[in-house]
Ligand binder design. Structure first.
Ligand code: AMP
Ligand code: ZN
Length: 115
């Protein structure tokens, strides 16, 4: 049994509101959304963060990226969305299993970062 929260969601051991699952990836609604549409896309394989990605992960992560636009549209992002990958301490990552946040909805998101 893994002690990684998102590995446990990927295996089905912990429930989540899944919107997509295939052999390599899972997408599910964020439990604490910060936009009208906010879901996460993760590789099933445990990769701790973007800083830990290696050449061997390229195929799975390519498949992950290839799903994002379709999933965003299906969830109602008809006029764009934002993707965020927080990495490590400086990136304020909280869950150390690589995940792509997808944020959208009617609300116009604030500019990326305050200067
Ligand atoms: P990050 O700060 O990029 O590591 O983001 C972690 C995200 O995971 C946060 O937006 C949390 O709300 C979300 N999260 C934490 N636990 C769960 C869970 N059990 N199901 C869905 N989302 C979760
Ligand atoms: Zn994991």
């Amino acid at each position: 049994m893994s002690d990684c929260l998102f590995c446990r969601i990927a295996s089905g051991e912990i429930p989540a509101r899944k919107i997509h699952e295939d052999d390599d990836i899972v997408a599910f609604h964020d439990i604490n959304p910060v936009a009208p549409i906010h879901f996460l896309v993760i590789p099933k394989r445990h990769i701790a963060s973007m800083a830990d990605v290696t050449d061997g992960d390229a195929e799975v992560l390519g498949k992950l990226m290839a799903q994002v636009g379709k999933l965003a549209r299906e969830q109602g992002c008809t006029d764009g969305f934002r993707t965020i990958i927080n990495t490590g301490r400086v990136g304020r990552q909280e869950v150390y299993h690589l995940h792509v946040h997808v944020l959208g909805g009617e609300e116009v998101l604030p500019a990326m970062l305050k200067r």
